[in-house]
Design a protein around this ligand. Structure first.
Ligand code: GUN
Ligand code: ZN
Length: 667
């Protein structure tokens, strides 16, 4: 086990991969080094790890002898980790190679590769199923054999299966159960070359979803920066680029928004050294080799810049925003982004519940983001009332900015007296309707991301349709509904007819003064965060709600001197205190919101030390990253409480790195 996670967003992760030649931060780009021809020093551009081809070295007597005598690190003059490919690519290009699986693995180990690769068969997309099955059998047989042949070398095991998603899944499960360190996803180059990103999405997801989370995944042959963010969001950690040199040979410049041909360039496209120091005319007038070197340098610069930006986005929780930008650079990428909808619930499990970044709406594709899916699910855990009052959106947080001049309402009940309705507020749910979260009960309007999101006030038709659909369903939960006429104007006239008997209130200059009550607010937030009934369990009895003198916002909730919870100002999320952890533990049935640690870890947990994944025996598989959770032993005795760094499935799968940041231990 030599991979651990540092940050997460979407299904992506910032990780650290340990190899005999040092640690690599992922996502990482591995420039392809040609063992005989390399002239560029890729380390200068930020390469921490490279990939080269063992078969080329093996076939060339001069290179072979040098590699066997001085090692592959000397041969290609790179001191960091080196991955070697096996010749499978040559196999797929030329149909035949003259080395056995066993020989090429032994050779990779002898020349000192950090991570070697067995001789998988890259079955192209859309071949006949019989061929895909037969070749997959050989790929798996060779993978198994490679485990017996290797001594200490780390091993790749490539997922194949062509475009048959069940074969990809089956392959991923079989090799995922074996003792490999890294899993490339193979034979995807033809899909990328032909812009079939939707199929690529399916191939990646059927592979990633069946591979162990604890191993890095390498999207083999992906070297164009326009695809990196998307692939990372799906769970890919490693890329290799021959593109930087192949495109340069062809006078083409890589950019995250596509490819530029030198002959069409009027201005240089970026701010790297090459682009700042030369004009397109300068480059065009150079000798072919010199020009190629400069373009390759630009290509490396821009590719590593994109990888850095992706890591930054992962760390701050804005990867979806980057993905939505990048997927607009090609219509087929946009198509793939739209088809991501199929995988929403799969990805949602891995996406952290709370992030540092706000949710930015960038167009109708944002409507399918996992945060909205999650919100609509969590809404179901809130208490229900008899009556519902729906208000139009205002400045966020909504509850602080309810418009005073709303005076037109529709209802399904005749002759309702709004004054009376508001006075009987125990039986009334007030909610705002807005894009993109559709229905936002006022009690939870400051919880991430319901206040931490921005969308244009000019609505697109898809957003209107989406919100209206959700709202119509939501109305069914209430006997009596009262809707601001503004909503009907903003979103959809047909809403009017969905209200059985329409009634128009005319409250001129009526001032809405809605007092939710602090207790009700914290209870709703707890239900939203921890599940139905948690609010009552946490905040019952003689509780004391303390507000900030400066902002007037709820800060802490106590039971006498004992802290139940703090309402975090930045994202409106409840952070448990000792009393809160006890109460939640008493209320929620095992294994809800729990991480179960082994005996060895008990004393550490009690002392408040962070929990490493290797100590975790079991956990609630519904835990997402960045949630408040309970730490218990196998007898379900409460040891500590803290914040999850990984999600449930990852906690079970990982054996390295931190899984929970403990807040406090000892009861
Ligand atoms: N390089 C690009 N695609 C592949 C693949 O499917 N297998 C191997 N071993 N190398 C590749
Ligand atoms: Zn440049």
């Amino acid at each position: 086990m030599n991979f651990e996670i540092k940050y997460k967003d979407a299904r992506g992760r910032v990780g650290v991969l340990k190899t005999p030649h040092g640690k690599v931060k992922t996502p990482a780009l591995m420039p392809v080094i040609h063992p005989g021809k390399q002239t560029l020093d890729v380390k200068k551009f930020g390469a921490e790890i490279v990939i080269t081809n063992a078969y080329i070295i093996y076939k060339n007597m001069d290179l072979r002898i040098k590699a066997l005598e001085n090692g592959v690190h000397n041969l290609i003059n790179f001191t960091g980790p080196i991955v070697t490919d096996s010749g499978s690519f040559q196999l797929s290009e030329y149909g035949d190679i003259d080395v056995s699986n066993q020989d090429i693995i032994e050779f990779q180990e002898k020349i000192g590769a950090d991570i070697g690769t067995s001789l998988d068969i890259p079955t192209p997309p859309f071949v006949k199923r019989g061929r895909a099955e037969k070749e997959l059998e050989i790929t798996i047989k060779r993978a198994r054999e490679s485990l017996n042949v290797r001594q200490d070398m780390m091993l790749n095991s490539v997922v194949q299966g062509s475009t048959y998603l069940d074969l990809r899944a089956k392959c991923a499960q079989i090799i995922g159960d074996m003792d490999f360190e890294v899993h490339p996803i193979g034979a995807v180059v033809p899909l990328m070359e032909s812009y079939q990103y939707s199929t690529l999405l399916d191939v990646i997801m059927s592979s990633v979803d069946n591979l162990p989370d604890s191993r890095p995944r390498h999207l083999m042959g992906a070297g164009h920066p326009m695809i990196f963010a998307f692939a990372v969001a799906l769970g890919c950690d490693l890329f290799d680029s021959a593109a930087y040199i192949l495109y340069a040979q062809d006078d083409r410049l890589l950019m995250p928004n596509g490819t530029y041909k030198l002959e069409n360039l009027y201005e240089m496209p970026c701010s790297c050294k090459v682009c700042s120091n030369y004009t397109p005319d300068n480059l065009r007038s150079m000798e072919k080799n010199e020009r190629m070197k400069f373009i390759a340098e630009h290509n490396l610069n821009i590719s590593f810049a994109e990888i850095r930006l992706i890591k930054q986005s992962l760390a701050e929780g804005s990867l979806w925003e980057l993905v939505e930008q990048r997927c607009r650079v090609h219509p087929y990428l946009l198509e793939a982004l739209r088809n991501l909808k199929k995988y929403t619930s799969k990805i949602e499990k891995y996406d952290p519940s709370y992030k540092k970044s706000a949710f930015f709406y960038s167009g109708s594709e944002s409507l399918q983001r996992v945060e909205i899916h999650r919100h609509l699910n969590r809404l179901k855990s809130l208490p229900t009332s008899k009556r519902l009052l729906i208000l139009p959106p205002s400045v966020k947080p909504y509850s602080k900015n309810i418009s005073l001049d709303i005076n037109n309402f529709y209802s399904n009940i005749e002759n309702l007296n709004l004054n009376e309705v508001l006075r009987a507020s125990d039986d009334l749910q007030v909610a705002v309707v807005d894009v993109p979260f559709a229905v936002i009960p006022l009690e939870i309007d400051e919880v991430y991301p319901l206040a931490q999101n921005e969308s244009p006030s000019t609505l697109d038709e898809d957003a209107k349709k989406f919100v209206t659909g959700i709202l119509k369903n939501y109305l069914d939960n209430y006997e009596e509904v009262i809707i601001s006429a503004d909503i009907i104007k903003m979103f959809e006239n047909s809403l009017e007819s969905s209200l059985k008997s329409q009634l128009k209130f005319e409250y001129n200059n009526y001032s809405l003064n809605i007092d939710l009550g602090d207790k009700r607010r914290v209870r709703y937030i707890a239900d939203y965060q921890f599940g139905s009934g948690s609010g009552e369990a946490l905040f019952s009895g003689d509780i004391n709600i303390v507000k900030s003198k400066k902002t007037g916002k709820i800060r802490h909730v106590y039971d006498k001197e004992e802290l139940i919870a703090t309402l975090r100002a930045s994202d409106g999320v409840l952070v448990l205190g000792r009393e809160g952890a006890l109460r939640l533990h008493r209320y929620l049935p095992y294994p809800h919101k729990r991480v179960i640690v082994n005996e060895e870890a008990e004393p550490f947990a009690v002392e408040g030390k962070s929990i490493f994944a290797k100590f975790i025996i079991d956990c609630d598989s519904n835990i997402r990253a960045s949630e408040e959770i309970l730490i218990v032993n196998s007898k379900d005795e409460l040891l500590a409480f803290g914040k999850s760094i990984l999600c449930g499935p990852e906690m079970i799968n990982f054996k390295t790195g931190q899984a929970v940041k403990t807040r406090k231990g000892g009861f």
